[in-house]
Design a protein around this ligand. Structure first.
Ligand code: FES
Length: 139
């Protein structure tokens, strides 16, 4: 005995409509996330007068040595508090007391376990300016 199920036109249309709706929703989600990432890209420009050692600029700080300049976010990797100015070459989060090494952004004392986010820092040879770029959605 052979059991043969036939799909009615009504069921076929219902499932096709759901599939098209799902694909449309997925495409919309992907496109809207792309736009959000683009909108959250921030750039900051500095001249050549960046001081040696650590200099603090609110959302980020710069660490300059003889040979390089590195930029790091001041958003704490523990729970997202803004880290205030450091003492010497160390940064301390006022929320729960994590400490970070200024030169590398590595945690020296918990509860934070991850290093601070390093930012893109590039030098424009023509203008002599340094450009700091946030690419993250979480600024
Ligand atoms: S948010 Fe910085 S130590 Fe908790």
């Amino acid at each position: 005995m052979e059991i043969q199920k036939r799909i009615s036109r009504k069921i076929f249309i219902r499932w096709t409509t759901r599939l098209i709706f799902g694909i449309t929703l997925w495409i919309w989600y992907r496109v809207s996330n792309f736009q959000t990432d683009q909108e959250k890209k921030l750039e900051f420009v500095h001249g050549q007068d960046i001081p040696m050692g650590m200099s603090y600029y609110g959302k980020y700080y710069l660490f300059r040595t003889e040979n390089s300049i590195r930029a790091f976010s001041t958003t704490c990797t523990h729970a997202g508090c803004r880290i205030g100015k450091g003492i010497g070459d160390t940064l301390q989060c006022s929320c729960h007391g994590s400490q970070f090494e200024g030169m590398s952004g590595k945690p020296l004392k918990g509860p934070a376990l991850k290093p601070l986010q390093e930012l893109e820092c590039r030098h424009n040879e023509k203008s002599g300016q340094w450009i700091i770029t946030f690419h993250s959605a979480r600024i």
